[in-house]
Design a protein around this ligand. Structure first.
Ligand SMILES: Nc1nc2c(ncn2[C@@H]2O[C@H](COP(=O)(O)OP(=O)(O)OP(=O)(O)O)[C@@H](O)[C@H]2O)c(=O)[nH]1
Ligand SMILES: [Mg+2]
Length: 452
């Protein structure tokens, strides 16, 4: 089968493309990689065969293998879920709703009383944190709506500074509008062009073809140049923007979102005090075509040189390789479930992105050009980075924060949740299968009773 595909690929390359050995090799690598979620272990070598047999036992038992040139992951289905896709979707929905409907209070794993709102926010000893808004001038009205919500729920009590960033200069009108919204400090910065613009190394012909193909499959924003720049920027550069370098924590805020909760503790100090690196509210499946080779490329990277050392043995690997709820996505994405933390909401530690483990990997991703040839999003990139390189106990589900970004929401059963239906994830029935939180709860979540 591989041979037949190889011949087809070869013929197709000669007739459709200017034949190039390099391109052919690359396509073939992608193809073989997408079937070899073991990351290309060399089974022809008897020594490596016997060691990989031992390793296979480990892989079957643990669901992962971290060895030089032999990194692999395997879904173990520990909850023994079975049935057709509809049954799995129903089961996972039930799992999510049941947990979300349980009464939830503030986190128990930190002394929350010590991080309550101060009497005077103007004189508060804040954590080293900022609220980060990447936004365009023409989005003034929609980001304004988000800021009003955040001020009401959280920030009027703490006065954390805002950092607005943009690839273009902000207009005076935009800046005036924002200044009128808060008592907190506000900073405006322009993203350096080398962090934003498409690099000169991108093969424009290949980019056009790739994007056209994605557009023909209805992949949102496939041909929107700025969207590709934005995804690449949020994946590989935002944590290096000069004005952000002195900050450790950020809360990412987008236009047009809603908060359903009153947040009465300092979420940044919560992360700081617990040593957690990342907080999220929702987990989703992704558009598989947009990241067809993100996982194969990642495995290729992890199986190069000493890169295997970056993989954290306490990572959250199972939800990455789950293949029950959306097996077609897993297949198309070369073994990746496509599950990711929805990155329009992030409260996180910038030093995680600045770490060698994340930064080196993302440099490799960038070198493939596939932020442009495909449409790799920052959400799956952040999520793969976190699941592979961070201890999963450092990833926090802000289950107590009700939040909406069209068309999905998280609506917890908390005393101060308002304006949403507890447990409901999406008003559209046909999108229920996009919720990946059942997978997270089943496969990665530590006993929730410990934390809430
Ligand atoms: N300055 C600037 N900001 C951008 C650009 N494109 C996107 N953004 C911002 O990047 C963030 C993500 O972009 P969105 O368009 O919301 O992407 P999305 O959430 O995947 O798509 P939607 O579902 O349409 O919201 C938002 O904060 C945008 O304001 C751009 O070209 N320039
Ligand atoms: Mg958005």
């Amino acid at each position: 089968m591989i041979l037949i595909f190889g011949v087809l690929l070869y013929t197709e390359q000669i007739t459709k493309d200017n034949f190039s050995l390099v391109k052919l090799q690359e396509s073939f690598d992608q193809f073989t990689n997408s079937f070899d979620v073991n990351g290309g272990a060399d089974s022809a070598d008897p020594a490596s065969e016997s060691s990989s047999n031992t390793n296979d036992e480990e892989l079957n038992k643990l669901g992962f293998r971290i060895a030089k040139g032999n990194v692999a992951f395997k879904f173990l289905n520990k909850k023994q879920r079975s049935g057709d896709r509809d049954t799995i979707v129903k089961q996972n929905r039930h799992t999510y709703e049941e947990l979300t409907k349980q009464a939830i209070h503030e986190p128990k794993d930190f002394d929350i009383e010590s991080i309550r709102p101060p009497e005077d926010p103007a004189n508060y000893d804040r954590a080293n944190a900022t609220i980060l808004c990447l936004v365009r001038n023409q989005e003034a009205l929609t980001i304004l709506k988000s800021i009003k919500q955040l001020e009401k729920s959280f920030n009027s009590k703490f006065n954390y500074p805002y950092m607005f960033i943009n690839d273009q200069p902000f207009t005076n009108r935009f800046m005036e509008k924002m200044r009128a919204l808060t008592n907190a400090e506000i900073h405006f910065a322009q993203v350096p062009p080398e962090m934003w613009d498409k690099p000169g190394t991108i093969d424009l012909d290949r980019e056009k073809k790739g994007q056209k193909k994605l557009a023909s499959e209805d992949v949102a924003y496939a041909q929107k140049a700025s969207y590709h720049n934005m995804c690449r920027f949020y994946s590989r550069s935002f944590y290096k923007v000069p004005e952000l370098l002195n900050y450790k924590y950020y809360w990412r805020l987008e236009p047009n979102i809603q908060f359903y909760s009153e947040i009465n503790y300092d979420v940044f100090k919560y992360l700081q005090g617990t040593g957690k690196v990342y907080g999220f509210t929702m987990g989703l499946y992704d558009i598989e075509q947009s990241i067809a080779t993100l996982w194969p490329e990642t495995l290729k990277y992890l199986n190069t040189g000493d890169n295997y050392k970056y993989v954290n043995p306490s990572g959250s690997f199972q939800w990455l390789v789950e293949d029950l709820q959306n097996p077609h996505k897993n297949k198309r994405a070369g073994g990746y479930s496509t599950c990711h933390f929805w990155s329009n909401f992030e409260i996180a530690d910038l030093d995680f992105w600045r770490s060698e483990a994340y930064d080196n990997w993302v440099k490799y991703l960038d070198s493939t050009g596939k932020f442009y040839y495909e449409r790799w999003g920052d959400a799956p990139v952040h999520s793969l980075g976190l699941s592979l390189f961070a201890d999963k106990s450092k990833i926090h589900w802000f289950r107590d924060i009700g939040y909406f970004h069209d068309p999905y929401q998280h609506c917890p059963n908390a005393p101060n949740t308002k304006s949403c239906k507890v447990g409901s994830f999406c008003k559209y029935e046909n999108l229920q299968d996009q919720n990946c939180m059942g997978n997270w709860i089943d496969n990665e979540l530590d006993d929730p009773a410990k934390y809430y």
